[in-house]
Design a protein around this ligand. Structure first.
Ligand SMILES: [Zn+2]
Length: 254
């Protein structure tokens, strides 16, 4: 199901139509804007992003004061943070994924090409937010986040829903054959045969396959199918622009 592009009160964002069916959930992926000035060089200067007026406006759109949103220092690792009360300040916790069962606590990751994945367990009322670039995808951060939801809250993959947001697509993501080989060696079950000849990676498709392999129903997965590099009017792309802003991926239980 394609995601929908919306504009409310001057804020332009995309959201999963599938997840929009949960009235108790807020979910959105920002377009160029909210994190515009927050980062100059490198992807991980998230500290301070919450103080930016536009970012705060984006969060407020979902009824969230900035101090009710957990962000992390993203390091392209596979760490999963369990959030009870949002922690902010100068030193953000280091992680590339977060989970919580607390209503009113937003989880936000920042992106420019890397795959945003949000997870929802409507049975146990648990949500997760994942930043999955190629390193995190290779490390299995999405399967690890689902496993952590199960360990902490008893979530079962068969109950879970997922939305995979805008990210650099196979159309624009050429990589070295060596990188493809890393994926083949670590995840031999992945169907990368077609990608290998072209030396392209489809990170969103790989993460989708991880979810399905773990038991998330295909009908419970909503993949945006939007390429951040192709769609420059709406998105920043690190590959295309090198130094850019970032988009925000937000999820919250109201
Ligand atoms: Zn593209």
């Amino acid at each position: 199901m394609p995601w929908e592009r919306r504009e409310d009160n001057g804020i332009c964002y995309y959201r999963s139509r599938l997840l929009a069916a949960f009235s108790w959930l807020g979910q959105a992926f920002s377009t160029r804007g909210p994190a515009r000035e927050s980062t100059g060089v490198g992807a991980e200067k998230a500290t301070g992003i919450k103080d930016r007026t536009e970012t705060a406006g984006f969060f407020r759109h979902y009824g969230l004061p900035p101090d009710r949103v957990q962000m992390v220092k993203q390091v392209h690792g596979d760490g999963v943070l369990v959030v009870e009360e949002p922690r902010s300040g100068e030193e953000l916790p280091v992680a590339d994924a977060m989970i919580t069962n607390r209503p009113g606590v937003g989880l936000a990751t920042i992106h420019a090409d890397c795959v945003p994945v949000v997870l929802v367990d409507p049975v146990r009322r648990v949500i997760g937010a994942v930043h999955a670039g190629w390193k995190g995808t290779l490390a299995g951060i999405v399967p690890k986040t689902l496993a952590r939801m199960e360990a902490e809250y008893g979530s079962r993959p068969a109950d879970c829903w997922a939305a995979i947001g805008p990210a650099i697509g196979a159309c624009c993501y050429r990589v070295s054959p060596e990188r493809i080989k890393l994926f083949q060696e670590k995840w031999p079950q992945l169907d990368l045969a077609g990608a290998y000849q072209e030396a392209v990676l489809d990170l969103a498709a790989i993460n989708r396959q991880f979810l399905e392999d773990l038991g998330v129903a295909p009908g419970h997965i909503d993949q945006a199918g939007l390429c951040t590099s192709c769609q420059s009017a709406d998105f920043y792309s690190f590959r295309r622009e090198q130094t850019t802003g970032r988009m925000l991926s937000l999820i919250v239980m109201k």
